[in-house]
Design a protein around this ligand. Structure first.
Ligand code: ASP
Length: 344
């Protein structure tokens, strides 16, 4: 059965060119992008394109941009077998994480890709990324899309979107998924790891309400009470991600524990995410995280920071009850975290 794919162009380096005056890279008209990749015409299925009215550098992505992407998928959902979203690399991991929560049971591939070098450059990585992302989005087995979740395809690997992190500004393999194996590995053949892919557990649904009443509180040696106090007293604050050391550790200073306890008692959800990319938060393993556990800080397991931020935004957009949000934060909703039975 033949496929049909919608390319959604949001901006990013893949479609940028040098501004004649400033020399900086700026997004250009998407129709010119297609001229750069005549190879697309060789696919024997339908590929249509839709673009943001004003393509953006992904550093300008915000909640409204995610809602626009979701809307573009929703409007076209019945018309296409798969979606490829062209996006800047800087915030691709955030957008892929956000859409994984906003699109419930997509049942079809939604694949983010982009490039480190503009598609018009001779040595671009954009062509391979684009062509392979389309091929994966169109791939079927027994009449069903092989991939049925939100992913990032980059430099020969297909990752679960909400497990990704941009870790390299220089190399073509810009993304890593430190706590989860790729969903597919691409060489001469495309090897799909069918056993680890998500499948719908119910009907497709959109949940696009998100709240940005959150803050990230990065722990560092020498952090001061006045800084923590200021952040925690931000008007309207409903959720805080504490970025901790190692397996979830922070200074044992009583002022820090007291300020966090006070915030939690006032209804702010506080989540513990490690600054380490690989491994997981295990509160109580060291004395330096025991108090966090005692006062009700939630352990973030092996969530990436990108997944933690967008999951918190999604749950705060959906629920008002802090206890419910705290409980849902610890569940594996979209394959974004590993549930370890020995952890809280
Ligand atoms: N600044 C660009 C962006 O994120 C970088 C890229 O696309 O690689 O839009």
């Amino acid at each position: 059965m033949s496929s049909s794919i919608l390319l959604i162009y949001t901006g990013g380096t893949i479609g940028m060119m040098e501004d004649a005056n400033s020399g900086s890279l700026v997004p250009f008209d998407f129709s010119a992008l297609l001229d750069q990749v005549p190879e697309l015409k060789r696919f024997n299925f339908k590929i249509d394109v839709a673009s943001f009215d004003e393509p953006i550098d992904s550093s300008d992505i915000n909640i409204a941009s995610w809602q626009r992407m979701v809307e573009m998928v929703q409007i076209n959902y019945d018309l296409y077998d798969g979606f490829v979203i062209l996006h800047g690399t800087d915030t691709m991991a955030y957008s892929a994480s956000a859409l994984s929560f906003m699109l419930q049971n997509p049942g079809k591939p939604v694949i983010f890709t982009g490039s480190q070098l503009p598609i018009g450059k001779l040595r671009t990585d954009g062509k391979e990324n684009l062509i392979t992302a389309i091929e994966i989005a169109a791939a079927k087995r027994n009449g069903q899309s092989i991939v049925q979740e939100v992913c990032v395809y980059f430099e020969s690997k297909l990752f679960r979107g909400n497990r990704t992190h941009k870790y390299n500004t220089e190399n073509f393999d810009a993304f890593q998924s430190a706590n989860m194996q790729p969903l597919a590995e691409i060489g001469i053949h495309i090897f799909y790891h069918h056993d680890v892919m998500l499948r719908p557990t119910g009907p497709f649904a959109i949940e696009s309400a998100m709240s940005n009443d959150i803050a990230i509180l990065k722990i560092f040696p020498g952090i001061t009470p006045v800084l923590v106090e200021r952040i925690l007293s931000t008007p309207g604050l409903r959720g805080v991600i504490l970025e901790t050391y190692g397996s979830g550790n922070a200074p044992r200073e009583s002022w820090l524990i007291d300020l966090l306890a006070e915030a939690i008692q006032s209804g702010i959800v506080v989540l513990n995410v490690s600054e380490c990319n690989k491994g997981f938060v295990e509160q109580g393993r060291y004395e330096t995280s025991t108090s966090l556990q005692r006062i009700g800080v939630i352990g973030g397991a092996d969530l990436t920071m990108e997944a933690a931020i967008t999951k918190l935004m999604y749950l705060l957009g959906k629920h008002s009850d802090a206890a419910l949000i705290a409980q849902q934060m610890q569940l594996n909703l979209r394959g974004e975290l590993t549930t370890f039975s020995h952890l809280q």
